[in-house]
Write a protein that binds this ligand. Sequence first.
Ligand code: NAP
Length: 274
Amino acid sequence: MTEQQPGTNAAVAVLGGGVMGEALLSALLTGGWPAHQVEVTDQSPDRLAALAERYGVRTGDSNAQAAQRADVVLLAVKPNVVPAVLAQIAPQLRGGTLVVSVAAGVPLATYEQHLPTGTPVVRVMPNTPAVVGKGASAIAPGAHAGEGHLVLTERILAATGLVVRVAEKDLDAVTAISGSGPAYAFYLIDAMAEAGVLLGLTRDLATRLAVATVEGAGALAAQGEHPVVLRERVSSPGGTTVAGVAALDAHGVRAGVVAAARAAYERSKELGRS
Ligand SMILES: NC(=O)c1ccc[n+]([C@@H]2O[C@H](COP(=O)([O-])OP(=O)(O)OC[C@H]3O[C@@H](n4cnc5c(N)ncnc54)[C@H](OP(=O)(O)O)[C@@H]3O)[C@@H](O)[C@H]2O)c1
């Protein structure tokens, strides 16, 4: 089929103005998308009023009408709501409208079954640091999504942070690492802060130090040096850091992280089947 591609400044409808919907909306505008080309829907009038005031975008409570006007439909409702929203928008889509969804665990096949034959669909697994432009998202194309649709999705997500392409089969692993990963990092930050309190620091000071340390380590690692090299560089023989890392090993922290990722992976697969 001909791959019709919505271009620059395409009309975008964000369906669902919750946490992720707002992050996507904010990223679109930060990325230079004109506000008049963006519409958001939600069921809560208060929520819509707040988004309209904050971002100057059009708002509405009709998914069908918003989808009809859109070149790109961004689905940001909870996974259990997706089938109902697809039923609302399917009769309204114009040929070539790109459907992008961030709903966790909903397979591409579900969209393709509910939407008109040939509809290009791209699945996204984002994470919450997208809210501050430091997210990590993976995108996977459906059967009718081509290079142009992926490029457009990358442009839409550009201001949310890193965007990588994967095959749909890898989305459960992505969910286990970057999707659920922020919670692992928050867990580590909390544990470091708690340890600081145990060693006599105030909670506020310990928390600020832990947050800045994890943020700084992430920024340093993002420059491309291998994490092992970075770790060895701060581990002088017989020093404090190597003693600390040895204690992490002795307590099985590495194995714990692997087990956490595996549990999230299995749960993601399970939810995808339900
Ligand atoms: N937050 C994350 O970290 C994260 C990460 C990866 C993927 N995701 C995915 O992002 C999606 C949204 O998650 P979220 O955390 O942003 O949830 P959320 O804050 O609950 O946002 C969903 C929004 O959609 C609204 N809504 C419900 N039914 C609707 C309908 N029929 N039409 C239009 N809007 C409707 C909800 O309103 P009510 O509150 O009134 O129901 C809510 O404002 C989910 O599918 C999730 O899997 C989220």
